[in-house]
Design a binder for this molecule. Structure first.
Ligand code: ATP
Ligand code: MG
Ligand code: MG
Ligand code: MG
Length: 484
């Protein structure tokens, strides 16, 4: 099954269970002061759960573009180093707003995974909330009993509050959740260590694929819990991980979500991707193909790279990709923008925004690349001078202020300075660097009265959603508001 078929099957399945299919919300949020990016499927439905708005339908399903690079969910440091955390990923989800609850949610998930997708029950584990005495919360016996109808009891594991109790924030809707994990190891490996011992242990072949959240409670401002009058279901399944399971790969990067992008990077760079975990070139390729998706979709949704807020986060992701490619793939010329057309061919049918904004996205990335590559060249020669100076003085530490100046004035990444220093057996005076950073923050606080525009007016006209399977009309709702 191709990734496009896998996505379609998910939506068709929930449509057949009377869910209304809606498009993904933009990856960048404009109206939510608490969050810069959509980081889960439920983000766009927050108001329904809080009771501020009425849902259009009590049952909804979709795939949501998510970005986990800031705030509570920040997976950036894992990206490229592991094989199943991305900056941008799709979260497939189904929701019940006061409609069905645990029994049906569990039955739907099981039917989809084992009957529609054909995953083997003997490779699956589920977790349920074990309870928490300090909060007077009981073990989720309902979920346990519903799971028991489908899966053998030794595959139902207890999970703690951290993994199995979901909260929107300090107050608001919350409740126990039940996760589904898949064990993709070989039989020989399974014989050595039982899969249940590896659930939630960061094992690359025993991974969480789906999280079913049962919103049962409301946490009040005083911290106490009250039962919600209407109970909701909020689920999220990692699309790329599901593709790994269904395509029987051992890494998300080996699925057809990423292989066309990797092939293009191989073609341009002349470096072969070998899928090794510790090889810097392989890490760099994973970083590049991951980050290009995040940056392209953010720009297609109207968020230009910039020097502040969400735009700055996007600029940093792009620069991270450029730095990795520069250092480990020897890419001294702009090339990332060439990946946008690959992305368009692959995902444009389902996400027409990337199709329509291809030119804008390509041009913005090209410009950013060229500007940053100039910065790198310039910074490298300055850093060389600083390094030589330090060595000639028989010192072992680069002055924090100088590394900061490179970063602040030239935009040269401090991480790059650290890596280069290390290669010469030098270190960076981190305390000095931090001190300069603090001074800079104080200065910018003073000048923050200045207005900066972060949004770009997109080329298209707003359109309404017509259904995910109708190819004639795009399914995307345009946003073209400028915010200050
Ligand atoms: P993990 O424990 O693997 O970090 P999570 O518990 O943080 O995942 P949830 O918040 O429960 O994830 O999100 C629902 C689903 O989204 C997960 O079960 C997983 O399949 C997927 N997912 C979460 N984070 C990522 C990511 N960074 N990249 C790809 N998929 C992800
Ligand atoms: Mg996580
Ligand atoms: Mg988890
Ligand atoms: Mg989870």
């Amino acid at each position: 099954m191709t990734s496009n078929e896998i996505r379609r099957k998910f939506l068709e399945f929930f449509e057949s269970k009377q869910h209304q299919i809606v498009p993904s919300a933009p990856i960048v949020l404009k109206d939510d002061p608490t969050l810069m990016f959509s980081n889960s499927g439920m983000t766009q439905f927050k108001d329904y759960f809080l009771g501020y708005r009425e849902p259009k339908s009590p049952r909804i399903a979709d795939t949501q573009k998510c970005l986990r690079v800031s705030g509570k969910h920040n997976d950036l440091d894992d990206v490229g180093r592991d094989t199943y955390h991305h900056t941008m990923f799709e979260m497939l989800g189904n929701w019940s707003f006061g409609d069905y609850f645990k029994e049906e949610a569990i039955a739907f998930a099981w039917e989809l995974l084992t009957e529609v997708y054909g995953l083997k029950p003997e490779n699956l584990f589920v977790t349920i909330f074990e309870g928490d005495a300090s909060e007077n919360l009981e073990r989720d016996n309902d979920a346990y009993n519903f799971w028991k109808k489908h899966i053998s009891e030794d595959r139902i594991l207890n999970g703690n509050k951290k993994d199995n109790f979901w909260e929107m924030g300090e107050s608001g809707p919350c409740g126990p959740c039940s996760e589904i994990h898949i064990d993709l190891r070989s039989d020989a490996e399974k014989a050595q260590i039982p899969g249940k011992d590896l659930v939630n242990q960061d094992h690359p072949q025993v991974v969480e694929i789906w999280n079913l959240v049962f919103m049962e409670f409301n946490r009040k401002a005083d911290g106490s819990l009250e039962k919600l009058p209407k109970q909701n279901v909020d689920t999220g399944m990692g699309f790329e991980r599901l593709c790994m399971a269904l395509q029987q790969k051992s890494s998300n990067y080996d699925t057809d979500v990423f292989t066309p992008l990797i092939a293009k990077v191989e073609e341009i760079s002349g470096r072969k991707y070998e899928g090794k975990m510790d090889d810097e070139r392989d890490i760099a390729i994973r970083v590049v193909v991951d980050h290009i998706r995040a940056v392209s979709f953010a720009i297609a949704d109207g968020q230009l790279p910039s020097n502040s807020g969400a735009g700055y986060v996007i600029r940093r992701i792009l620069r991270r990709a450029i730095s990795y490619a520069y250092r480990f793939l020897g890419m001294k010329e702009a090339f990332l923008h060439q990946l946008v057309s690959v992305l368009k061919n692959q995902m444009g049918e389902f996400f027409p925004e990337i199709f329509k904004q291809e030119n804008l996205v390509t041009e913005v990335i090209r410009e950013e690349e060229n500007a940053f590559l100039r910065t790198i060249e310039h910074g490298l020669s300055r850093l060389d001078a600083i390094v030589n100076d330090t060595i000639s003085r028989n010192e072992k530490t680069l002055a924090g202020a100088e590394v900061f100046e490179l970063y602040d004035t030239y935009g040269f990444p401090a991480d790059l300075s650290r890596i280069i220093a290390e290669e010469k057996n030098l270190s960076v005076d981190e305390a000095g660097f931090e001190e300069e950073m603090q001074k800079q923050k104080d200065r910018s606080k003073k000048s923050s009265a200045q207005k900066i525009y972060d949004w770009v007016v997109l080329e298209e006209k707003p359109e309404s959603f017509v259904g995910y399977d109708k190819t004639a009309t795009p399914t995307y709702i345009t946003r073209y508001r400028k915010i200050e």
